[in-house]
Design a protein around this ligand. Structure first.
Ligand code: HEC
Ligand code: HEC
Length: 214
């Protein structure tokens, strides 16, 4: 991956650092530089990571490092957030371009993972939680009984995610806006699953997922 030998890299770093103060501090990864990089995220995801529905930005505080890093990479390489009808994805995608290296993505992901989880109040009305619980039986194989996720199959933890966000993502998977980019090895799994959820059941299962404790 590294095209520049380490020592030359360090020398270049010093030169670049004179022009762009943050260009090299981020290269080593770690929590401090992750906190620094997180400035790019605060306007939408908020300083504590609770997100902001107004921008369609979900609560990300406490999501695991592997998942955050993988999604940042997926946004930047166009596996997510590139579909012309993906309004929110198209908003997030250019933000992922702020992080130009794997180590920057990992550093900011580590920082996001270190934030205490924030569960926002429910927003969906007229939902049937027990119907949602029944639909959720189909999700357990990958996301776990408690919504804790399973890194081995690439399934993120979903317990306590914003209800509006979960419902929106399921609808995106159903309509091919997410999970259908050419070359995507992970998204199609969930896209196929989403077809098993009837349109009427989407809000119920989203409300149930939100109700699962983080
Ligand atoms: C301009 C607003 C905006 C900024 C700034 C922004 N995001 Fe986002 N982000 C969004 C939106 C909107 C979504 C939802 C995309 C969707 O619906 O697919 C999102 C989604 C995400 C997701 C996916 C969450 C999930 O559960 O899959 C992650 C991770 C994320 N953002 C991290 C970041 C990080 C890290 C930064 C800073 C480098 C950042 N975002 C900056 C708007 C923003
Ligand atoms: C066969 C495994 C599998 C099953 C079963 C499954 N999922 Fe998923 N799910 C995934 C994978 C893999 C992803 C990550 C896709 C990606 O990164 O684009 C995912 C992503 C999601 C997301 C997006 C989370 C986020 O933070 O953006 C939601 C919401 C979701 N699943 C809900 C469900 C629900 C609800 C069910 C049951 C009706 C379900 N899933 C069943 C594998 C599965």
């Amino acid at each position: 991956m590294d095209l520049v030998p380490p020592r030359l890299g360090a020398a270049l770093c010093l030169i670049v650092a004179a022009t762009f103060a943050s260009a090299c501090g981020t290269a080593s990864g770690g929590e401090a530089s992750g906190a620094d990089l997180y400035r790019y995220c605060e306007s939408c995801h908020q300083p504590d990571g609770r997100g902001d529905q107004l921008y369609g930005a979900p609560s990300i505080a406490g999501l695991p490092e592997w998942y955050v890093a993988s999604q940042l990479e997926r946004f930047s390489n166009g596996l997510r957030g590139r579909h012309p009808d993906d309004v929110e994805g198209l908003r997030m995608r250019p933000m992922s371009f702020q992080l130009t290296t794997e180590s920057q993505r990992r550093a900011v992901a580590q920082y996001v993972a270190s934030l205490p989880p924030v569960v926002n109040p429910p927003t969906l009305t007229d939902v049937d939680l027990s119907a949602g619980e029944q639909t959720y039986v189909m999700c357990i194989a990958c996301h776990g009984e408690k919504g804790e996720g399973n890194q081995e199959v690439g399934a993120p933890p979903i317990a306590g995610l914003d209800d509006w966000y979960v419902a929106l993502q399921i609808r995106k998977f159903r309509s091919g806006i997410r999970g259908s980019a050419p070359g995507d090895a992970i998204g199609p799994t969930m896209a196929a699953m989403s077809m098993a959820i009837t349109p009427e059941a989407v809000d119920d299962v989203a409300a149930y997922v939100h109700s699962l404790p983080r």
